[in-house]
Design a protein around this ligand. Structure first.
Ligand code: ADP
Length: 586
């Protein structure tokens, strides 16, 4: 720790003003008071240094010392991240709980990466290799599901003088590099300032769907690997379930889940539930490919502000290894509120609804770190980082500043509708308000991978739902009996798209995940019925007979057809054709 130290002159909640920190820079970490609380310099005015403190400031008062650390708020990156549960400034919650009890002792410090764990490093590079930032030095089997790649740090390059298989903790030397400024010893761990995006060679436009197994998402409002999405919705509309479903099912290799608890106990739910979730494709615990960053209720708001950046720096580190990473943040509204509180205490000029004027740019600086990238290094390694943020606007009001600022930067909007949630239509993602700007990209991919009519089927189903909304208006005015038979048949088809396709029970073993192939077949079956029924109606079949056919019951159960029995859809289509045609012959 740097010996220069200053003195507290004022305390206002989580904000402390100090003087005498000569030479300290914006975003430098400091330790405050006898308790040595964590803080970060967030404003410098003359000799007044405003410090955002990540712990309760009780007991801190004028005259107490403030020490510089000389380092920006940084994360420790290396093996041991996977399976960890961190607080907003990367303190390991489990180790703290073990050593200090459930309530974190202020100023408590434990290394983010456990030094008592030994790792086996297997080199990939050899002595004499000329390496540049991002080159793979070797690998470590970090968990059952993750091979950790140790990369040359972004600011290093040179010739390898020494490298060998080793076993030891993260501080063990794994290689020696001869650089322009002399020999440099490399260990398994690096540090990175969280507010600075980690460098990449270049970014590509997204090209590939991030398959989530959630039908309303994949088929109607898809997200890509490297894409951005937001899920705004009122309390109880299913934001958390959507985020959990994505954490479980999205085909990303690494999951980083940042929880800024809505209520105190909500984060505890995540902490209790995640360690028990199973990764569906491998059967291993989901934690084998997950890092959790959690703000528990006893932590002050300022730590939430940091947690989002802590999470994203960890996510970028795994992306740089060439993995597809998905980060979920729940909820970014709590993060924005932390910004508002700190800004208020700094007496900054408030913008809309008291949020700081930089709310929009801060939110953008988070989502801009998503992407599909070519990683640093001499191989052609690609990685991706997808970002999904939940927003919980007060009263579900989508015109409020956090939702609006988020919508300006994200490409997918899954709008949760409390009327749908109330009617227990889950996921309560509104098909009328939501959108995805990746639809064209994903259509192109799935038209060639899954079936040439993928996009046509979606468009048809969407048109049916939009027409249903118009007809509902009409029905309210004139009653259902005034509708023509073909419109009533359309209402039947719309009901089937909603209930038999879009509705998906997260808690049903079979329904919780649907492959793209099955999603396509399921929608096709519904549209097949509609096409057959329309032509039968034109040829004299009765509407009542058509909408009470027993085969409709079978269609409603088709979502439970097992993934390895998709030929059952062929049989079902045949039965639909036969039973509808039989109505015309009568
Ligand atoms: P929020 O985070 O928006 O407050 P939750 O995600 O906790 O809301 O969802 C509230 C409740 O809605 C859940 O406890 C669950 O009963 C129900 N629910 C949400 N999504 C689904 C789903 N896909 N399938 C079944 N039930 C759901």
């Amino acid at each position: 720790m740097n010996e220069t130290h200053g003195e507290v002159v004022k305390v206002s909640g989580p904000l402390v003003v100090a003087r005498g920190l000569t030479g300290a820079r914006m975003y430098e970490m400091v330790r405050v008071g006898e308790a040595r609380l964590f803080g970060e310099i967030i404003e410098i005015r003359g000799d007044d240094y405003s410090i955002q403190v990540y712990e309760e400031t009780e007991g801190i008062g004028p005259g107490q010392s403030v020490w510089r650390t000389g380092e920006a708020l940084s994360v420790e990156l290396g093996p041991g991240l996977i399976r960890s549960i961190y607080d907003g400034v990367q303190r390991p919650l489990d180790a703290l709980a073990r050593d200090f009890g459930d309530f974190i002792v202020r100023g408590a410090e434990r290394p983010a990466l456990d030094r008592s764990v030994e790792w086996t490093f297997t080199p990939v590079a050899k002595v004499g290799d000329k390496v540049q930032p991002g080159d793979v030095l070797g690998t470590i089997q970090e968990s059952k599901l993750v091979e950790h790649r140790i990369l040359v740090p972004p600011n290093r390059s040179g010739i390898i003088k020494k490298i060998a298989p080793v076993k030891g903790n993260v501080d063990t030397e794994i290689a020696v590099l001869e650089t322009a400024s002399g020999l440099v010893s490399l260990t398994m761990v690096q540090r990175w300032p969280v507010r600075l995006p980690r460098p990449v060679k270049r970014k590509f436009p997204p090209t590939e769907c991030l398959v989530t197994g959630q039908r309303v998402i994949d088929m109607f409002f898809p997200i890509t690997k490297g894409g951005t999405a937001c899920v705004p919705g009122p309390f109880g509309s299913g934001k958390t379930v959507v985020q959990h479903q994505l954490a479980k099912w999205a085909d990303a290799q690494i999951i980083v889940y940042v929880g800024c608890g809505e209520r105190g106990n909500e984060m505890t739910d995540v902490l209790m539930e995640f360690p028990h979730l199973k990764d569906p494709s491998s059967g291993e615990p989901l934690m084998e490919r997950t890092v959790l960053v959690a703000n528990t209720s006893n932590m002050p708001v300022a730590a939430r502000e940091a947690s989002v950046f802590t999470g994203i720096a960890i996510a970028e580190y795994f992306r740089d290894m060439g993995y597809s990473v998905a980060l979920m943040a729940d909820s970014t509204s709590r993060w924005a509120e932390a910004m508002r509180e700190i800004s208020g205490r700094l007496e900054e000029m408030p913008g809309e609804e008291g949020y700081p004027a930089y709310l929009g740019s801060r939110i953008a600086s988070f989502y801009e770190r998503a992407g599909n990238v070519q990683c640093l290094g001499s191989d052609d390694r690609r990685g991706s980082l997808s970002l999904i943020g939940a927003v919980s606007p007060p009263g579900g009001d989508l015109s409020e500043p956090v939702v609006q600022a988020t919508l300006r930067v994200v490409k997918v909007f899954w709008g949760l509708d409390d009327k749908l949630a109330f009617a227990r239509h889950f996921p309560a993602i509104s098909w009328l308000n939501s959108y995805s700007l990746y639809q064209t990209v994903v259509d192109e991919e799935e038209n060639s991978k899954i079936g040439p009519t993928w996009s046509a089927k979606r468009k048809q189903a969407m048109a049916i739902l939009q027409r249903e909304a118009e007809l509902e208006e009409l029905v309210r005015l004139v009653g259902i009996d005034a509708l023509a038979a073909d419109d009533r048949l359309l209402l039947q088809a719309a009901k089937m798209v909603r209930e038999d396709f879009l509705h998906q029970n997260a808690f049903d073993e079979r329904d919780t995940y649907t492959s793209l192939k099955k999603q396509f077949r399921l929608l096709a079956v519904i549209l097949h019925y509609y096409a057959e029924a329309k032509s039968a109606l034109a040829n004299g079949a009765s509407l009542t007979d058509l909408i009470t056919l027993p085969v409709l019951e079978e269609i409603s159960r088709a979502k439970l057809i097992p993934e390895d029995e998709l030929s059952k859809f062929d049989e079902l289509e045949k039965r639909i054709s036969e039973s509808v045609k039989a109505l015309v012959q009568v």
